[in-house]
Design a protein around this ligand. Structure first.
Ligand SMILES: *Cc1c(COP(=O)(O)O)cnc(C)c1O
Length: 417
């Protein structure tokens, strides 16, 4: 019996009906945009492991940085002890951020980074002596994580969390203000409920896990104006969009607005180690300063600011400086637009859309995602259909030839050829 078959009796997969889930493909090695399977097959990777491997797998610069850190100090607690990788990374992230987004809180996953953002927004008001602002306004189609606090701000219908109604804190989730009717509903909601709110949270430009749905930059400007008007903290969850995915280093740059809190994870370590950050403005941070321990932010994951993750993230930032990632994203964008466009004519295709290095083919429905996935594997590509979409979020280092293999396989499989 292989390790896969033996372990299959003990492993519990994400988002999977285990009674019918097919055995996963055994992967033994990665390099660039390739995944090597145990049986010798090699797949071109279209998703970069949930959008994390932005520099391609096993980039030598990141590998060396992590190896050196592993030699020196794989981990040390962050309470009371400081280490250069984390302090340097905080300085570099603050320098990348506009305005006074200068304060970096480390966690180990995107969901927890969002939890921390919520706690920051709510506690800032409490610290300032204002009670009753405990709610977070979120938007339909949004996704912010799988922990209890973040499930409450995901789309309640679309989301993977509808079952938990009753267990979750109640949070308002309304339509993004993007047309006349939804703008009016948004304005009315704020007039009636702004006093209960601590913050507004949104994934800027692309709602990723909710189905890769795009919205124009004006939406973000409207949210900024509303947050200013009602004195609310504006949180941009850039866990999917950050680090070049939408064509700019961060999606909010395209709207010319600056949020009060930014959450980052996914591509932060280039897909090497789990690490996340919640970055807050100086003004928000100041609400936690006093002579009393009671106003301190009460959060601290055991593996906070893990030095291996911070070393990987610093190396990733080096690569954004030394290699032309944003130019690569622009080239990918053009190629995706050209090569996915023919899919629009295929039966069952509802929409084809591209923003930055995100390419989406939306179908009427996907009856059997597992079977579709296997047909794509037969074409030599790793693309994971979900909901009613097939999407590509490749490494920004992917070659034009490899990208054509991905788009070609998608066209071929969707055309039933
Ligand atoms: C993936 C994702 C999260 C959750 O991150 P995890 O590391 O999976 O907890 C939160 N927000 C957005 C926008 C994401 O894409």
């Amino acid at each position: 019996m292989t390790w896969l078959e033996e372990g299959w009796r003990h492993v519990w997969l994400p988002y999977a009906q285990m009674q019918t889930a097919p055995l996963p493909l055994p992967a033994v090695r990665t390099e660039g945009s390739r995944i090597y399977l145990q049986d010798g097959r090699v797949l071109v990777d279209g998703i970069a492991s949930w959008w994390t491997a932005v520099h391609g797998y096993n980039h030598p610069h990141i590998r060396q940085a992590v190896a050196a850190q592993l030699e020196a100090m794989p981990h040390v607690m962050f309470g009371g002890l400081g280490h250069e990788p984390a302090y340097k990374l905080a300085t570099r992230l603050a320098a990348l951020m506009p305005g006074s987004l200068n304060r970096v809180f480390y966690t180990d996953s995107g969901s927890v980074a969002v939890e921390v953002a919520i706690k920051m927004a709510v506690q800032a008001r409490l610290n300032q002596g204002e009670r009753g602002r405990t709610r977070i306004l979120a938007f339909m189609g949004g996704y912010h994580g799988d922990t209890l606090g973040t499930m409450a701000i995901c789309d309640p219908e679309e989301g993977m969390h509808a079952l938990f109604a009753g267990l979750l804190p109640e949070q308002p989730v309304i339509a993004l203000p993007r047309d006349e009717a939804s703008i009016a509903a948004f304005e009315l909601f704020l007039e009636q409920h702004a006093k209960e709110l601590a913050a507004i949270i949104v994934e800027p430009l692309v709602q990723g896990a909710g189905g890769m749905v795009f919205h124009p930059p004006e939406v973000l400007r409207r949210l900024r104006a509303a947050a200013d008007h009602y004195g609310l903290v504006l949180i941009f969850d850039e866990i999917f969009t950050g680090f070049g995915r939408t064509g700019t280093m961060f999606a909010f740059e395209q709207a010319g607005v600056v949020p009060d809190i930014v959450t980052l994870s996914k591509a932060l370590t280039g897909g090497t180690c789990p690490l996340a950050v919640t970055i807050a403005t100086d003004e928000l941070f100041a609400a936690f300063l006093s002579g009393s321990p009671a106003t301190a932010l009460m959060h601290g994951p055991t593996f906070m600011a893990n030095p291996l993750g911070c070393a990987a993230a610093n190396a990733g930032l080096d690569l954004f400086e030394s290699e032309p990632r944003l130019a690569q994203a622009a080239a990918i964008s053009g190629q995706l637009a050209r090569e996915l466009e023919p899919c629009r004519e295929l039966p069952g295709v509802r929409d084809v859309r591209v923003l930055g290095a995100v390419g989406v083919v939306e179908l009427e429905a996907i009856e059997n995602p597992a079977a579709l996935r296997m047909r794509l594997v037969e074409q030599g590509v790793w693309i994971r259909p979900f909901r009613n979409i097939l999407y590509l979020t490749p490494a920004l280092t992917i070659s034009a030839e490899e990208l054509s293999v991905l788009t070609g396989a998608m066209f071929k499989v969707l055309s039933g050829a």
